[in-house]
Write a protein that binds this ligand. Structure first.
Ligand code: SF4
Ligand code: SF4
Ligand code: SF4
Length: 285
């Protein structure tokens, strides 16, 4: 069980605990102020310091321990993420009750391109309209939001997964779950930070597992995995995918991109198998 589940799960996975979407969390003044300053502060300023950090990391291959520790502590208090497969995103959407789509703040910060793949959940749509300052995107304060049904949001996120995005959830002052994001390692502030071994985004609750009898070694899973967790090995003269469990973040992208249905997700702790219930197979390392 991860730290968030222990502190905020009440015996469940923390993001399945309805308390973490509760409307009374919205009345917390610190949280409201955090949300108001979120786009310019957390994302805008985070993206401008990212370049400096990547330069240091590129030269020294690591960031100073004290800095890493401070970044992770701050993230755990304010804006912490976790990778979540689409099956559990469905559960979150049901608990969150309201969904508002808006442009992706990281992609906008990185190259001023608008891609609408960020989903604000919980609160009410009006509260998001009132709290987030959309001038960050060069828009009027109430422009750029769309209220969606849960089914509409899920269908869009399934398409984003087909394009290669992974789903992540983020707190807006922990433990309030305020955002579901659809990210790629190229664009996402969180994934780029993780690439420097700063864990402001935690692994999912699952790991991928391969069925060697179904795998034909095509490499589709390897090419979509954003965590470099899949390689191919030759076994008895045939190529086969192999999952490195210690690198796997449990996003499920390899499952949805496998034409053979040879990948599934299995629970790594408190949860059980969620995808492709195929017979037992253990071709992972
Ligand atoms: S976390 Fe992902 S979807 Fe959210 S703003 Fe960043 S890249 Fe965009
Ligand atoms: S995509 Fe499926 S069939 Fe292809 S290598 Fe990966 S697990 Fe095997
Ligand atoms: S192995 Fe599969 S589930 Fe694990 S990180 Fe890679 S794509 Fe995601």
């Amino acid at each position: 069980m991860c730290e968030l589940c222990t502190k905020h799960g009440d015996g469940k996975i923390w993001y399945k605990n309805a308390k973490n979407y509760a409307n009374d969390l919205v009345s917390d003044l610190r949280r409201r102020q955090y949300v108001q300053n979120f786009l310019e502060g957390t994302i805008g300023e985070g993206m401008s310091s990212l370049g400096r950090l990547e330069t240091i990391f590129g030269k020294k291959k690591k960031l100073p321990d004290r800095l890493v520790s401070a970044m992770v502590t701050k993230a755990k208090e304010e804006h912490f993420g976790q990778v979540v497969p689409i099956e559990d995103i469905r559960t979150i959407i049901e608990k969150a009750a309201t969904v508002v789509r808006m442009p992706c703040a990281c992609r906008w910060a990185a190259d001023r391109k608008e891609k609408r793949c960020c989903y604000s959940v919980s609160y009410s749509p009006e509260t998001w309209h009132d709290n987030l300052n959309m001038s960050y995107f060069g828009k009027a304060s109430n422009e750029g939001f769309e209220t969606l049904t849960g089914n509409e949001a899920i269908a869009q996120m399934e398409s984003l997964e087909e394009e290669g995005a992974i789903h992540t959830i983020w707190t807006m002052v922990t433990p309030f779950i305020g955002a579901i994001c659809n990210c790629t390692s190229h664009d996402c502030l969180g994934l780029r930070t993780l690439a420097m071994h700063v864990e402001t985004l935690s692994k999912g609750e699952y790991v991928a597992q391969i069925d060697p009898e179904l795998c034909n070694g095509c490499g589709g899973c390897e090419s979509v995995c954003q965590f470099d967790a899949i390689s191919r090995q030759v076994v008895s003269g045939d190529p086969i995918a192999v999952v490195n469990r210690s690198k796997c973040y449990g996003c499920g992208l390899c499952c949805s991109h496998c034409p053979q249905g040879a990948m599934r997700l299995v629970g790594n702790s408190v949860v059980d198998m969620v995808r492709n219930p195929i017979k037992s197979a253990t071709h992972s390392i």
